[in-house]
Design a protein around this ligand. Structure first.
Ligand code: 13P
Length: 246
């Protein structure tokens, strides 16, 4: 299975930085030889990214989509438009969307379902807060999010799961490799129980992944890639993460 390293730029970047970063990745063929790469910039930058990576294996995607194909939803973006722009992926259910936009598991599931119908691979995010981890609720939270956020049409081949402990996002803290392995095993078991087969399911880890810690995280059992925030805005650090894939 090829590793997937996806960069979530969140609300960062500019037209100039998007061009430089995407072109820099596309120019370095040793990076796309090593792993599948996807850039998820703010949506207005997608056409510039598409132009910069044309002819390379660097893929790109959205950070969110609406559940509907089109309509009166001011400010929202449909999965079908992302597909039209050349996207391969869309992140759904990121903890920042769950927290800032009150997205429930049911909303995340509807968005992931729309992504699949539009021909995109949803990257469905799950993860516990610090209070939930300290309260011993990690496993219950992951079970609830997996059961509620995955559409019936999800298969190991058309869906990616990202485990992002909320307390590790943007904090410099990372889960221990034992904790990562335990949650990834749980995610794979839950997926297999619900969908019959999870051997080929890619499960990414996210939360303060950077060049300096990527090798041990990516070598952890059950980890098939990373969803990278801050470090994906720095070409050299992002390249170090990609090259750290086993
Ligand atoms: P950081 O890598 O900045 O911690 O962000 C992780 C994340 O939320 C990626 O979706």
């Amino acid at each position: 299975m090829r590793y997937l390293i996806a960069g979530n730029w969140k609300m960062n970047g500019s037209l100039a930085s998007a061009r430089t970063l995407a072109q820099g990745l596309a120019d370095r063929r040793e990076l796309t030889a090593k792993a599948d790469i996807a850039l998820c910039p703010p949506a207005p930058l997608l056409p510039a990214i598409a132009a910069a990576v044309a002819g390379s294996a660097v893929a790109f995607g959205g950070q969110d989509c609406h559940a509907a194909e089109k309509g009166a939803h001011t400010g929202d973006i449909s999965a079908w438009l992302l597909k039209d722009l050349g996207c391969s992926f869309v992140i759904v259910g990121h903890s920042e969307r769950r927290a800032d936009h009150f997205e429930t598991d049911a909303i995340v599931k509807a968005k992931a379902s729309a992504a699949l119908k539009a021909g995109l691979t949803p990257i469905v995010c799950v993860g516990e807060t610090e209070a939930e981890r300290e309260g011993g609720k990690t496993s219950a939270v992951i079970s609830r999010q997996m059961a509620g956020s995955l559409p019936e049409a999800s298969t190991a081949a058309n869906t990616v799961i990202a485990y992002e402990p909320v307390w590790a996002i943007g904090t410099g803290k990372t889960a221990t490799t034992d904790d990562i392995a335990a949650v990834h095993a749980q995610v794979r078991d839950l997926f297999a129980a619900a969908r019959g087969n999870a051997g080929a399911l890619r499960i990414l880890y996210g939360g303060s992944v950077k060049g300096a810690n990527a090798a041990s995280i990516l070598a952890t059992a059950g980890v098939n890639g990373a969803l990278v925030g801050g470090a994906s805005l720095d070409l050299e650090d992002f390249a170090r993460i990609i090259l750290a894939c086993p």
